[in-house]
Design a protein around this ligand. Structure first.
Ligand code: DGL
Length: 265
């Protein structure tokens, strides 16, 4: 590994942010990724904004101290909503990229004018989401069907992805969308791409599913290049979790031999 390789810290409350890492693997070379799954505090979506802000500050301080990162990817919609502004103020030199529900691309792609948004309660209640949704609603005549999914992150963390209980939860949440001709669903939580197949099955129609992993990877590449990143050579990934985590899902998502350590933050 070259000594000038881009050092990237990525975090989420658990496994979900690995769906963003998947997109990074497709695009980023010659870099080191350090991923923290903050499973001790999952789910973030049911915590207060102050708590989530504190977790984000602690993780960022850890990344800087231990790994001297050049870039921080908040691979979590909930933590972005609570902490991206404060983190940018505190660390103006750091490349910081957050994750936001892709309502804008969804509004461009829908043909029926009906868009579903699935996210955690904290993301949907956050000022950031409300502002984005209001601004876009003024620009385009699209009806949004917003649905908080409490408990879905836990199901996924427990490996209950193709599970009757998860299906039942999703059927309840998706019912109004199916009845109202929604053709585009925003996955407003990085865990939710893991249940994409089930969402498609329940909606019983051709569906656009919007996930922003690729957009984040592209943005990272462009900001990294501005700082001299050459995007050549190997990509190394080190994974850390603050509590137990399902290793099977990790290998399913990013494959290969996993270097996973438990850390205390
Ligand atoms: N992946 C996180 C997100 O995108 C999950 C939040 C949670 O832990 O509830 O919002």
């Amino acid at each position: 590994m070259r000594s000038d390789a881009l050092r990237i810290g990525v975090f989420d409350s658990g496994l979900g942010g690995l769906t963003v890492v998947q997109a990074m693997i497709r695009l980023i070379k010659g870099a080191q990724i350090f991923y923290i799954a903050d499973t001790k505090h999952a789910p973030y979506g049911e915590k207060t904004e102050e708590q989530i802000l504190q977790y984000a500050f602690d993780i960022t301080a850890y990344f800087l101290q231990k790994h001297n990162i050049d870039a921080l990817i908040i691979a979590c919609n909930t933590a972005t909503s609570a902490a991206v502004k404060a983190l940018r103020e505190k660390y103006p030199e750091l490349i910081i990229i957050g994750t936001e529900p892709g309502i804008k691309p969804a509004m461009e792609q829908t043909r029926t004018g009906k868009v579903g948004v699935l996210a955690t309660p904290a993301t949907l209640q956050g000022a950031k989401y409300q502002q984005l949704a209001n601004e876009l609603a003024m620009q385009k005549d699209v009806t949004l069907f917003e649905q908080a999914c409490p408990g879905l992150v836990e199901q996924i963390e427990q490996g209950k992805i193709d599970h009757p209980q998860t299906q039942e939860m999703l059927e309840g949440w998706l019912h109004p969308m199916r009845e109202n001709d929604v053709d585009t669903v925003v996955l407003g939580c990085t865990h939710y791409p893991l249940v994409s197949d089930m969402i498609k099955k329940i909606m019983q129609r051709e569906l656009n599913l919007i996930h922003t992993g690729d957009a984040i990877a592209k943005r990272l590449l462009s900001l990294g290049k501005n700082k001299g990143h050459r995007n050549e050579g190997d990509l190394q990934i080190a994974l850390y979790s603050t509590d137990d985590i399902d290793r099977t899902i990790i290998s399913r998502l990013i494959g290969g031999a996993i270097d996973l350590k438990k850390i205390d933050i």
